[in-house]
Design a binder for this molecule. Structure first.
Ligand code: NAD
Length: 281
């Protein structure tokens, strides 16, 4: 079984991106800039944002974090986004989710200029991705996609089963694998026989949020299994896949932690650089 090392893959990607930033700096005499807006003092969000800032600095991006208290008015945030949309030194804008209840998430997402939408959540980017056009792609599925391609560069005709249909993970993952000519089945909480569906798969991507949902006897030999889930249970952090069982049958499997997670941030940096490159053309 191949243990897919997300930390190593992310470090390799960051190295490539660092070189790319340096050559962009030589070419344009400026570097891509990432601005993150952080609202409130939720600890996980603060940790994510700190990691994003650290990684951005590591590859040589210009990085900025704008912090607001929980009580900030929606208009203040929307005005700031409009200002960043106009700012030529800002290539990518990310508003850390979740947001306080009084701020409309969709309004925030739609205010970000689609060409600076490094999360790939703007309806314009969602539409472009599903039409097969160039777009920003949400960071976590993009990371999963890159890990799958490392194991299996040619995905033509492979059967992929995506577990979970969220806008954040399942749906964009489906589009990425369709683009690679996979036959994709998207499953969810109302799917009749999830085990049967999984047993058909050459590739399983689990993004559900239920600890160790995918069992060993749900996976046929030779399947690539990508575990997006992050679940805190008594014994620690586990994914949506029963690692001990599935590692006995899968061809390749991502661990949790250390699989998909590290790739997510590296892909955010990639998206920022891609937005910068598109803005220069
Ligand atoms: P979500 O709650 O938005 O969506 C979960 C999906 O799972 C839904 O589409 C639902 O229909 C489906 N589902 C629920 N119960 C099911 C069942 N019994 N069988 C089949 N499908 C079922 O979740 P999300 O935002 O996509 O996140 C999923 C998981 O991924 C969470 O554990 C989250 O913490 C994790 N996550 C990890 C990263 C990362 O960087 N590794 C990033 C984002 C989310």
């Amino acid at each position: 079984m191949i243990l897919i090392d997300g930390k190593k893959a992310a470090a390799e990607l960051r190295d490539e991106l660092k070189k790319e930033v340096s050559s962009l700096k030589d070419k344009y005499n400026k570097v891509p800039g990432l601005t993150v807006i952080l609202i409130g003092d939720l600890t996980p969000s603060q940790i994510y944002v700190r990691n994003k800032e650290k990684s951005a600095n590591e590859v040589g991006l210009k990085s900025e974090v704008i912090k607001y208290p929980d009580s900030v008015e929606e208009k203040t945030v929307l005005d700031k986004i409009q200002e960043l949309n106009q700012d030529e030194t800002v290539s990518g804008i990310l508003v850390q989710l979740p947001l306080p209840k009084h701020i409309d998430k969709q309004k925030v997402i739609e205010t970000i200029d689609p060409s600076k939408d490094v999360d790939g959540f703007h309806p314009m980017n969602v539409g472009n991705l599903s039409s097969g056009y160039e777009s920003s792609v949400p960071c976590t599925p993009l990371g999963c996609y890159l890990l799958i391609k490392k194991i299996e560069p040619n995905l033509n005709g492979k059967k992929a089963v995506i577990v979970g249909r969220s806008n954040l993970n399942g749906k964009p993952m489906t589009q990425l694998l369709l683009k690679e000519n996979c036959t994709v089945t998207i499953t969810h909480s109302k799917t009749k026989d999830l085990k049967e569906e999984c047993l058909e798969a050459d590739i399983i991507v689990a993004a559900v949020g239920i600890p160790e949902l995918i069992k060993g006897d749900w996976v046929r030999e030779g399947t690539i299994v990508i575990d997006v889930g992050i679940n805190k249970i008594e014994k620690g952090i586990v994914g949506d896949v029963n690692f001990d069982e599935v590692s006995k049958v899968a061809k390749a499997l991502t661990p949790v932690p250390g699989g998909v997670g590290p790739m997510t941030i590296a892909c955010l940096l990639k998206n920022t650089i891609d937005c910068f490159k598109r803005s220069q053309n």
